[in-house]
Design a protein around this ligand. Structure first.
Ligand SMILES: Nc1ncnc2c1ncn2[C@@H]1O[C@H](COP(=O)(O)OP(=O)(O)OP(=O)(O)O)[C@@H](O)[C@H]1O
Length: 246
């Protein structure tokens, strides 16, 4: 598998506060890759660097071998942020239409893409409702549907299932697996250990460093623990990144 995303010596500072200190990370094409770490460890900052919303203070990032992704490459990225970037005075359908034109989805494909994306999150019956009448969970689902709309080759999801019930969460995971099988590379941030278990590979973030990387099974085996939570605590003692692929 070739590298889809390659980050070398990434640092990021907000003013005087350096939140990412030295991130080295390779995400292979077609993987479902999880970023796991406590609140404030820099997960959102890292995914914003991947999707081009933030420029690293130092270090390099390549996406499909291209440094500083071009606008056309960025159009192939689907991003679901933690806070919903939607228009609450518009209906779900109007929101979809807006993003469909932003992503330049051809007119003849729009209706189909909107229906398919809405189906994934079980909102196909709510398309004519304005979003101010949506619950918090419905808005999260809508944000996910918008991120899927243009069939991105890289899907970045920042804590996508917060506020989503277990039944729908399971069907969303099924859909993510389907997308992955069709070749989509998926990067997800999470605090939820059972979601982390579903990723092919994980990077554990703490204090601005990646303290461990590997598959969930490897991370547990190499730390001689039987849960990711215990593995995380184990690696938390290490100063430098410990790769379970070594
Ligand atoms: N715009 C900003 N200006 C200044 N500091 C910021 C800004 N955004 C984030 N930070 C700080 O950077 C650090 C990392 O934040 P970030 O949101 O990347 O963490 P996170 O791991 O995604 O957290 P959470 O899991 O709570 O979402 C935190 O200390 C946060 O306060």
């Amino acid at each position: 598998m070739s590298a889809f995303i390659e980050m070398k010596n990434i640092q990021y500072s907000y003013g005087k506060e350096t939140v990412l200190k030295d991130i080295n990370l390779t995400i292979p094409e077609g993987q479902l890759f999880g970023l796991l770490g406590p609140s404030g460890s820099g997960k959102t900052t890292l995914v914003k660097i991947i999707n081009g919303l933030l420029d690293p203070t130092n270090g390099t990032i390549h996406i499909e071998n291209e440094q500083k992704p071009s606008f056309s490459k960025m159009q192939k990225i689907g991003y679901m942020a933690q806070s919903d970037a939607l228009y609450s005075e518009l209906t779900a359908k109007e929101n979809f239409d807006f993003f469909a034109s932003l992503y330049k989805i051809p007119r003849k494909e729009r209706k189909h893409r909107i229906t398919e994306s809405a189906k994934v999150v079980n909102l196909e019956g709510q398309l004519n409702k304005t979003l101010e009448k949506f619950s918090g969970g419905m808005k999260r689902r809508m944000s996910l549907a918008v991120a899927l709309l243009h069939q991105p080759s890289l899907l970045i999801l920042d804590e996508p299932t917060v506020g989503i019930d277990p039944v729908l969460r399971a069907s969303i995971w099924e859909e993510l697996r389907n997308m992955q099988q069709q070749g989509t590379t998926i990067t997800i941030t999470t605090h939820v250990m059972d979601e982390a278990e579903k990723c092919d590979n994980l990077a554990l973030l703490r204090d601005g460093y990646i303290i461990a990387q590997g598959s969930p099974a490897d991370l547990k085996a190499k730390s001689d623990t039987d849960s990711l939570e215990a593995a995380f605590l184990h690696y938390g003692g290490a100063k430098h990144a410990y790769s379970c692929n070594r």
